[in-house]
Design a protein around this ligand. Structure first.
Ligand SMILES: *[C@@H]1O[C@H](CO)[C@@H](O)[C@H](O)[C@H]1NC(C)=O
Ligand SMILES: *[C@@H]1O[C@H](CO)[C@@H](O)[C@H](O)[C@H]1NC(C)=O
Ligand SMILES: *[C@@H]1O[C@H](CO)[C@@H](O)[C@H](O)[C@H]1NC(C)=O
Ligand SMILES: *[C@@H]1O[C@H](CO)[C@@H](O)[C@H](O)[C@H]1NC(C)=O
Ligand SMILES: *[C@@H]1O[C@H](CO)[C@@H](O)[C@H](O)[C@H]1NC(C)=O
Length: 352
């Protein structure tokens, strides 16, 4: 216990001293990114231009299937943000354009500068908080909660958002589930959807200016997330069924003690890492990423999970979207599902 508190104080001091000793740490993008961000660029080479981002200038024409154009200014394109725990994005909407339901590791604050949009989020009680915003309005989306924006005006709309992390990540729920390598049968099990009727255009969607063009043969495999020897608290976890796709504010580590399950998560590159676990296996689900568990055996299964936060929150995606007070119209816009499928899901949850 004393060792633990010493370690905690040490971590606190070292992170504070980092903040105090350096005025800034403009990221050096030529070096590999570490867990805490990029290494600092040589201060002798830092100029004013390093602190100015001009990528938000001009018109941003929404030309993807969602009718949006998202310009991300995360630390990988604006390295001045490195180490400062802040980032921004510009959101442009065509008439009827939408940013489908998504989440970040961080909180977000939005300022509408043009047009009129409905913006909202869903909390872990499945309550939807959304409102039509007018120019000058500001709305907050709390950390890691599912949220969305829809242009409901008769003109294009533009908003700027700030996020309290230099690399907050952007996980679009429909894309994570249906644009990556997750097999259709698993997607169906963990979303409760009857059919995968997401629009075809989704798959051909261009990436944002964050720029990740090529599909590198992933060096990371599911096996990298299957570890042994991590210390854990013991929690009881579902028996013999599917845990819908969900997320937390924290990371999670799972230990299977009975049966056999498929467990996995989806990263922000739409890549699914999943594996059939046997008794004694441990798997890690990184912070805020969508993840799921399916009992694939004919017997009940039991696992214990630990989460690195006192109140990690549990947001089950299908439940959040269809069991709460989110209207069918909005659910349809932000999930790309057909009306029929939305109504079927609301019937499952008794909210039709
Ligand atoms: C966003 O706007 C820029 C500038 O008009 C354009 O080059 C880019 O293709 C657009 N991206 C999307 C996804 O619409
Ligand atoms: C969510 O539900 C719990 C338990 O019913 C309640 O204690 C809590 O206040 C609710 N939170 C919100 C934000 O409504
Ligand atoms: C959902 O419930 C919340 C809390 O009661 C409320 O603020 C919000 O307006 C409701 N949304 C709808 C569409 O009824
Ligand atoms: C995601 O894609 C980017 C760009 O292709 C790459 O640098 C990064 O390593 C990928 N992340 C993972 C976890 O595969
Ligand atoms: C994730 O899916 C979107 C939508 O299909 C696609 O534009 C993007 O390239 C995908 N990302 C990766 C890293 O494959």
């Amino acid at each position: 216990m004393r060792n633990l508190s010493f370690f905690f104080v040490f971590c606190l001091l070292s992170s504070l001293s980092h903040a105090i000793e350096l005025d800034f740490c403009v990221g050096d993008l030529s070096l590999p990114r570490g867990h805490e961000g990029y290494a600092c660029k040589d201060p002798a080479e830092v100029t004013t231009d390093d602190f100015v981002y001009t990528g938000f200038r001009g018109e941003k024409t929404p030309n993807n299937v969602f009718g949006n154009n998202v310009t991300l200014a995360f630390s990988d394109v604006f390295p001045a943000f490195n180490g400062l725990g802040i980032s921004m994005a510009r959101l442009d909407f065509a008439v009827g354009g939408v940013i489908p339901v998504h989440s970040h590791r961080t909180s977000e604050v939005l300022l509408l500068v043009k047009g009129s949009i409905i913006a909202g989020f869903i909390d872990t009680n499945n309550t939807a908080y959304y409102k039509r915003l007018e120019v000058g309005d500001v709305m907050v989306f709390p950390q890691a909660m599912l949220h969305f924006q829809i242009n409901v005006g008769k003109t294009p709309a533009t908003a700027y958002v700030s996020l309290n992390g230099a690399n907050p990540a952007l996980q679009l729920t429909p894309t994570a589930l249906f644009a990556g390598n997750l097999p259709a049968d698993i997607a169906q099990d963990i979303t409760l959807l009857s059919q995968l009727d997401f629009c075809v255009g989704d798959l051909s969607l261009p990436r944002g200016p964050g720029g990740y063009a090529c599909k590198d043969p992933a060096e990371v495999t599911t096996d990298d997330f299957v570890y042994t020897g991590i210390s854990m608290a013991r929690l009881d976890f579902a028996v013999g069924r599917v845990i819908q796709v969900h997320s937390h504010r924290t990371s999670e580590v799972l230990l299977l003690v009975k049966g056999s399950i498929i467990a996995g998560f989806i990263d922000t590159n739409n890549t699914s890492y999943y594996k059939r676990l046997e008794v004694g296996d441990v798997m890690v689900f990184p912070q805020a990423m969508l993840h799921f568990q399916i009992n694939v055996c004919k017997t009940p299964a039991t696992a214990h999970v630990s989460l690195n936060g006192a109140n990690p929150a549990l947001q089950l995606t299908p439940t959040a979207l269809f069991a709460g007070n989110l209207s069918a119209d909005i659910a349809q816009d932000i999930t790309l599902l057909s009306r029929r499928e939305v109504m079927r899901m609301k019937q499952i949850f008794g909210t039709a």
